[in-house]
Design a binder for this molecule. Structure first.
Ligand SMILES: NC(=O)c1ccc[n+]([C@@H]2O[C@H](COP(=O)([O-])OP(=O)(O)OC[C@H]3O[C@@H](n4cnc5c(N)ncnc54)[C@H](O)[C@@H]3O)[C@@H](O)[C@H]2O)c1
Length: 252
């Protein structure tokens, strides 16, 4: 193990831990010695992830669309499991809808889960009772669609652009506390979300997807590896950055 990637003695909360990038991240960080609070709305998926983690984990079933319920649950978890060094926000939902059918209610739900829940988690995290006081690091997951346009995607793009703006604002506000805040903008990654979304793509677009990624489609582990770099001591001088992990999607 490269020493600066060693996370022994540190504790991280990972949202979206029941599937895809959140699961891959939990397994990877756990293998690097971190203790993990696994958060998701999908209890069965959380236990599945827990079984694949090698280190100590704590399952926290939580609906991220209801920020008013976070405080009690996170504080109870910290009392039982210990304080956090950071969190990684991987939970998210897609929203494909042409402009004429975009709904404020659905936009609100997508925004709450994809973006605003991270702000509420950050608010809780900086509390002395929650933050372990050292190695502070937050990683938020955006999307290439926070950077470039695509049709029928305005509601999702809104939530993913917001995450990028929030990353920069939080990075500056939290730097005096020694907490770094970074963001990853993934291209298409083979997870259950991509399976669901791609079912609504035209045949032509599906065929073009590979070509849109010069290195081919990504794996959840490609994002997890970048998260490990960002939260570990390897990334100790990196804050406020948006890292494209997209197989070349946005380089074209
Ligand atoms: N897969 C892709 O191609 C891709 C590309 C760019 C960005 N992203 C983003 O990456 C992140 C991870 O996506 P993924 O591909 O791993 O998806 P995924 O569907 O495999 O995992 C998302 C997780 O979020 C959880 N979740 C959804 N709503 C929740 C809620 N209300 N409360 C708590 N948990 C909830 C789900 O249960 C699921 O376990 C998302 O933010 C997604 O928007 C995905």
């Amino acid at each position: 193990m490269i020493d600066s990637l060693n996370l022994s003695g540190r504790t991280y909360l990972v949202t979206g831990a029941a599937s895809g990038m959140g699961r891959a991240t939990s397994i990877l960080l756990s293998g690097q010695g971190a203790r993990i609070v696994l958060v998701d709305i999908n209890k069965e998926g959380l236990y599945n992830t827990q079984q694949q983690c090698t280190g100590e984990t704590y399952v926290l079933e939580m609906d991220l669309s209801k920020p008013e319920s976070f405080k009690g649950k996170v504080h109870d978890t910290i009392l039982e499991f210990g304080r956090l060094n950071g969190f990684i926000h991987c939970a998210g939902i897609p929203y494909i809808s042409p402009l004429k059918t975009v709904s404020p209610d659905i936009c609100d739900k997508v925004y709450r889960i994809n973006s605003y829940s991270a702000i509420e988690l950050a608010k809780l995290f900086v509390n002395k009772k929650v933050y372990a006081g050292e190695f502070g690091s937050i990683v938020l997951i955006s999307s290439v669609y926070g950077l470039v346009g695509s049709p029928a995607n305005v509601g999702y793009a809104l939530s993913k652009g917001a995450i990028q703006a929030a990353t920069r604002a939080l990075a500056i506000e939290l730097a005096p506390k020694g907490i770094r805040v970074n963001c990853i903008a993934p291209g298409f990654i083979k997870t259950s979300m991509m399976d669901n979304v791609s079912s609504s793509f035209s045949e032509d677009y599906t065929q073009r997807l590979d070509a849109l990624h010069p290195l081919g489609l990504g794996e959840a582990e490609d994002v997890a590896n970048t998260i490990l770099y960002l939260i570990s001591d390897m990334g100790k001088w990196v804050t406020g950055s948006i890292l494209n992990v997209d197989g070349g999607f946005t380089a074209q």
